[in-house]
Design a protein around this ligand. Structure first.
Ligand SMILES: Nc1ncnc2c1ncn2[C@@H]1O[C@H](COP(=O)(O)OP(=O)(O)OP(=O)(O)O)[C@@H](O)[C@H]1O
Ligand code: SF4
Ligand SMILES: [Mg+2]
Length: 310
């Protein structure tokens, strides 16, 4: 299987803060992988690192088989055609001085690909998300947040990149527009074989569109596996707690309800042993002393816990 995006023992630091800690993940071409976890767990940082936006403090990243060393990270043309980010906060990532039309033209111009076919693609994307062409003369602050998000999405997809990191793609969109967007992503995937990493707090969206999911806590991936199996039988107490907090996701199929209590500890000083032990209802002495390694549960499932549930 060709891996389109791959991190090996990847850590990303912001000064003294380790936002991503020793993460290994491999995303195959054509897959849709979900990334979930509470706010501040490192999802955006990992997504951006996978497309070369941050230099690793440890480990390495490869994109489309090319190691993302310094030269590859600086190769913006290649990166732009290979991978794109749908920003979590599109308004702050788009220049307020450009009209929507200029913003949509930009990726094509930068890559010397602003052809008729390029604009035909952009128009198809806009139509699929119900953005009328009459809006294109406006500036980002003159349209709604949902419309800005959809323009940013069209911009990210206009070059037909092979790998797309979609960071909270449905946030702030009406349910009907959410549906249109998810259909569009699926259509592009089946037509072009796109690969997606979808970061979302919306576990319903994750359950619907991803085949595999990774769960982050304080910079680490604590569990990963096929979405259906992981949602039906979470192995990590943290995953179980996240699912318990969202009863609309597969109601009644879990064995026990685990309630998440307490604050997330500071990532500047993560707890010893298992990072989740300060909030885990299953914690024992060993959890405070010994950092759990990721163990293989079979069927593509991995968990970082001394006492897995599944
Ligand atoms: N550019 C930055 N400089 C310094 N610290 C940062 C930077 N970006 C993120 N962080 C910190 O790194 C940690 C992980 O942040 P990140 O944005 O990746 O989390 P997240 O899982 O995407 O959260 P959310 O769900 O709120 O989007 C947080 O503690 C955050 O404050
Ligand atoms: S290692 Fe211990 S504290 Fe950590 S999740 Fe597992 S049971 Fe809970
Ligand atoms: Mg984020």
């Amino acid at each position: 299987m060709t891996m389109l995006a791959e991190a090996r023992n990847l850590s990303i630091d912001f000064g003294p803060l380790r936002a991503v800690s020793d993460v290994s993940i491999a995303i195959a071409a054509g897959e849709t992988v979900g990334l979930v976890g509470e706010s501040g767990s490192g999802k955006t940082t990992l997504g951006k690192a996978l497309i070369g936006l941050y230099p690793p403090a440890t480990g390495e990243v490869a994109l489309a088989g090319r190691s993302l060393d310094r030269a590859a990270r600086r190769d913006r043309l290649w990166r732009g055609r290979t991978a794109q980010l749908m920003f979590q906060d599109p308004l702050s990532s788009l220049s307020p001085r450009l009209t929507l039309r200029s913003l949509l033209a930009e990726p094509g111009r930068i890559h010397g690909l602003e052809t008729k076919a390029y604009w035909a693609r952009v128009k198809h994307l806009l139509a699929a998300m119900a953005i009328p062409e009459s809006l294109l003369g406006k500036y980002p602050h003159q349209v709604s947040g949902g419309q800005v998000r959809r323009v940013a999405i069209a911009r990210a997809l206009a070059l037909e990149p092979r790998f797309v990191v979609a960071d909270e793609p449905t946030a702030g969109l009406d349910v009907s527009v959410q549906g249109d967007l998810l259909n569009l992503l699926a259509e592009l995937q089946s037509r072009l074989g796109l690969t997606y990493l979808v970061v979302s707090h919306n576990l319903n969206v994750v359950r619907k569109i991803t085949g595999r999911v990774a769960v982050m806590y304080l910079g680490e991936i604590v569990e990963e596996g096929p979405t259906r199996a992981l949602f039906a039988r979470p192995a990590h107490p943290y995953t179980a707690a996240l699912l318990s907090a969202n009863p609309q996701v597969d109601p009644g199929r879990r064995r026990e309800k685990i309630v998440l209590e307490g604050e997330i500890p500071s990532p500047l000083k993560p707890p010893s042993g298992c990072r989740f032990h300060t909030r885990c209802p299953k914690a024992e002495a060993r959890c405070r002393a010994e950092h759990p390694e990721a163990t293989d549960l079979g069927e593509g499932r991995r968990v970082r816990c001394h006492f897995p549930l599944a």
